[in-house]
Design a binder for this molecule. Sequence first.
Ligand SMILES: Cc1cc2nc3c(=O)[nH]c(=O)nc-3n(C[C@H](O)[C@H](O)[C@H](O)COP(=O)(O)OP(=O)(O)OC[C@H]3O[C@@H](n4cnc5c(N)ncnc54)[C@H](O)[C@@H]3O)c2cc1C
Ligand code: FES
Length: 260
Amino acid sequence: MREYQENSVVQAIDRLSDSFHRLTLFAPRIAAAARPGQFVMASCGTTLDPLLRRPFSIHQAFADGALELLVKVIGRGTSYLSTLRPGAELSLIGPLGRGFHLTTHGPVTLVGGGIGIAPLLFLASHLPTDSKISTCTVLLGSRTNTDLLVLTEEFKQLGCQVRTATDDGSLGHHGFVSELLPAALPGAHMVFTCGPHAMMTTVARLCLDAGIRCEASLEAHMACGLGACLGCTIHGAGNTYRHVCKHGPVFDATEVAWTP
Ligand SMILES: Cc1cc2nc3c(=O)[nH]c(=O)nc-3n(C[C@H](O)[C@H](O)[C@H](O)COP(=O)(O)OP(=O)(O)OC[C@H]3O[C@@H](n4cnc5c(N)ncnc54)[C@H](O)[C@@H]3O)c2cc1C
Ligand code: FES
C-alpha cells in the first residue's frame, strides 16, 4: 500500500455546525489511493509549533482528486485548520493505516458518535451497490441536532436508512446512539463503528454477544502515525499490544481488550 506526502490545496471550507468544519482539499495522489477507514497526518501550522502532525480520518475521497476531512475544533491544531481559506496549502501524509473490511454483502449497520461519524460517509459511499439501497442502516449520535442535519441528508442520499440520537433530545432518540443498536441488530450481517471509546465498547459487546461481526475504528494520541514512536499503543485481546496507526485504526472487535 503506497503512502504519499502531498502538499494539498484547500478548495473549500464549510462550517457544518458550531462543532464541525468540512475541509475540501485537492490531494490527487492520496485521494486516488485512499480506502474507507484510513487516515492522514496533517501539518497544523506554518511554523514548527505545533510540531506534530495531527491524525484525521478520510471523510471522502473522489476521482477528481478532492479529499475531504471533517474536523472538530478541540485545540491548537484543529483551530488552525478551521481558519484555513481556499488556496492555502496543507501538507498531508497518507493514506495511512488499515481501513474497514467489507466481508459481507448482507445488511450492514454503521454506528457513529460525534466526530467518529467522519470515516463512515466514505465507507457508506463504497458499500457494494447490491447491499447499499435497502440494507445499510446508519445510526448517528451527537450532542445536538445541528451537528447531524447535513450529514443525515448525505447518508440518505447514498440510500442508507438513518436513525439519530442526541444528548439534548433535539433530534431523534434522546440519549446515547448505542441505545438504538439492539433494535437494528436483528438481520445485520456486519456492524462498523467509530466514536467515543465508551460508545464503541457498548457496540462491540452487543455485537460479540449477538455473534455479529463488528469492526471499530479506534482513536489514540499519535505522534508519528507511521509505526515509529509507539505512542498509540492499546491493549489488544489476549494480553497483546497493538499500535493504532499501523495495526488499525480499524480493528475487528475480537482483537481489542474492551475496558469499561
Ligand atoms: C485515527 C484517528 C482519526 C481521527 N479522525 C479525526 C477526524 O476525522 N476529525 C477530527 O476532528 N478529529 C479526528 N481525530 C482526532 C484528532 O486527531 C484530534 O482531535 C487532534 O489531533 C487534536 O489536535 P489539536 O491540536 O486541535 O488539540 P490539542 O491541542 O493537541 O489537544 C487538545 C485536547 O484534546 C485532547 N486530545 C488530542 N488528541 C486527542 C485524541 N486523539 N483523542 C482524545 N483526545 C485528544 C488533548 O489531550 C487535549 O486535552 C482522529 C484521531 C485519530 C487517532
Ligand atoms: S503514532 Fe507513532 S507508532 Fe503509532
